[in-house]
Design a protein around this ligand. Sequence first.
Ligand code: 2DT
Length: 212
Amino acid sequence: MTGRRGALIILEGVDRAGKTTQSTKLVQALQDRGHPAEMMKFPDRTTKIGQMISSYLVKATNLEDHTVHLLFSANRWELVPLMKEKLEKGISLVVDRYAFSGVAFTSAKPGFTLEWCKSPDVGLPKPDLVLFLQLSPAEAAQRETFGNERYERADFQKTVLQRFNQLMTDPTLNWQVIDAARTIEELHKDILRHSEVAIEQAATQPLKELWK
Ligand code: 2DT
């Protein structure tokens, strides 16, 4: 590889924290400042695997819990060649959810350990930055109501938040907790600042493997 690689930047957080709004704004701001950047989101509902996941999320179909966990992971793996290609070309990727959502949501179900949930995602491209949009359950409750998809329930989301907190104790990852209870512009400024630092650092470093 010659030249600078792009950075892998992930946005995580509980539902209604503003991940999608912030991902869109971040990509736009990076491009405006001369950093090639593209947005991705997981699950990517456009692939065949993604369509199975989508049908499960809208409750059109039921899938066994381990099975759907592995489908979410497979949906990331099927996009790894494309992600690597873009990163190597110097394009930074801003990704709305990644393996951390995968682990936090499944391990919030009874009978799942963090270790089991992490294993299918071991070896994915390792993020250079994981932004966690922090919003307390009380603050989240003041935003618009949940939709009708699976997992959109306050009690379940509370457990998901606990699992995210466990994942954030991992010192091998560059977690940055962002207070999402502020205005869209305030959050954006913070997120852009962290992202530009990560892009600068990633440029000269090889891409590593997650949880390995
Ligand atoms: P969106 O509302 O962002 O489309 O997410 N989820 C997501 C999992 O359970 N496992 C995963 O690996 C990922 C990426 C979180 C749809 C829901 O899917 C959950 C919310």
